[in-house]
Design a protein around this ligand. Structure first.
Ligand SMILES: CC(C)(COP(=O)(O)OP(=O)(O)OC[C@H]1O[C@@H](n2cnc3c(N)ncnc32)[C@H](O)[C@@H]1OP(=O)(O)O)[C@@H](O)C(=O)NCCC(=O)NCCS
Length: 218
C-alpha cells in the first residue's frame, strides 16, 4: 500500500501489515543480521519481538529492492542516538515506524523521518500537551473545541516525532521548542532547524492511523 498521489511529494511511503503468516515470519527472520537477532531476543514480550522481526525484515526487503542487494546484505548502520541509515551516503535515506500491527516506511534522497500514531491510542492529556507543545501550539489548541483536541494533539505529536527522526535526534528531550502545528488546518508546514529547512506533512494513512513525514528540503 502506498500513499496516493496529489499530496506533498515528501517521500516514497510504504505501509505494511505486521500480522504475517508463519512462512512470511520465517522469511523476515532469516533476513536479520546477528546483532538484529540479539536485539530481537531482548524484547521481553513475544508480540513485541515478532513485530520487531517482521518490521525489520520488511524494511530490509524494501531497501534491498531499492539498492539492488539481498535483504541480508543491506548495510544498515546507526547514528549517535540510533537513527538507522545506509552506510553509503549516496543511497536513499529512510525511516521506519511501527504502531499496532502496522509498519510505515519512508524513503527519500534527503534525510527523512516518519511517525505513525494509532488514533485509538490518542487522547487529550493536558499534562502531556504542556510537556510537548510550544506556547504557540498550546494557544492554538486552546482555541479548538475540546472534542477536537485529541486528534490535533496526535497530529502534532506525529509531526514532532517525524522531525526528530528525520534529524536523527530522537526524543532525547521534550520537543516543546519547535512549532509544527498552528491550528490552520494546513497539511504541510516548513520549519528551520539546525541550519536546514524541513518540510513536515500529514500524509494519507490507513483507517485508524495518523502519519506524518518530515524531509530535508535542501
Ligand atoms: C526514535 C524515537 C523517537 C521513536 O520512538 P517510537 O515512537 O516509540 O517508535 P517508532 O516505531 O515510531 O520508531 C521506532 C524506529 O525509529 C527509528 N529510530 C530509532 N532511533 C532513531 C533516531 N535517533 N532517529 C531516527 N530514527 C530512529 C528506528 O527505525 C526504530 O525502529 P526499530 O525499533 O525497529 O529499530 C525514540 O525511540 C527515540 O527517541 N529514540 C532515540 C533516543 C533514545 O533511545 N533515548 C533513550 C535514552 S534517553
Amino acid at each position: 500500500m502506498s500513499a496516493p498521489t496529489g499530496f506533498p511529494a515528501v517521500a516514497d511511503i510504504v505501509f505494511r501489515d505486521l500480522a504475517v503468516d508463519a512462512e512470511a515470519y520465517e522469511s523476515c527472520s532469516e533476513m536479520l543480521t546477528v546483532p538484529e537477532r540479539r536485539r530481537a531476543d531482548r524484547y521481553p514480550f513475544p508480540a513485541d519481538r515478532r513485530r520487531f522481526i517482521v518490521g525489520r525484515g520488511l524494511l530490509r526487503a524494501e531497501l534491498a529492492r531499492r539498492i539492488g542487494v539481498s535483504p541480508q546484505a543491506v548495510p544498515i548502520v546507526e547514528g549517535p542516538v540510533g537513527k538507522p541509515m545506509l552506510a553509503d551516503r549516496s543511497q536513499p535515506w529512510f525511516s521506519a515506524s511501527r504502531s499496532g500491527e502496522l509498519a510505515a516506511f519512508a524513503f527519500s534522497p534527503s534525510p527523512v523521518g516518519i511517525d505513525l500514531v494509532r488514533v485509538r491510542d490518542a487522547g487529550f492529556l493536558p499534562g502531556v500537551a504542556r510537556e510537548i507543545c510550544s506556547p504557540r501550539e498550546l494557544a492554538a489548541l486552546d482555541l479548538l473545541a475540546p472534542s477536537h483536541r485529541a486528534s490535533a494533539l496526535a497530529i502534532l505529536w506525529a509531526r514532532k516525532e517525524a522531525l526528530l527522526k528525520a534529524t536523527g535526534e530522537g526524543l532525547v528531550r521534550m520537543p516543546d521548542w519547535v512549532d509544527v502545528w498552528d491550528g490552520s488546518g494546513s497539511i504541510e508546514i516548513r520549519v528551520t532547524h539546525r541550519g536546514r529547512t524541513w518540510s513536515i506533512a500529514d500524509v494519507p494513512a490507513p483507517p485508524g492511523y495518523i502519519v506524518a513525514v518530515a524531509r530535508a528540503c535542501d
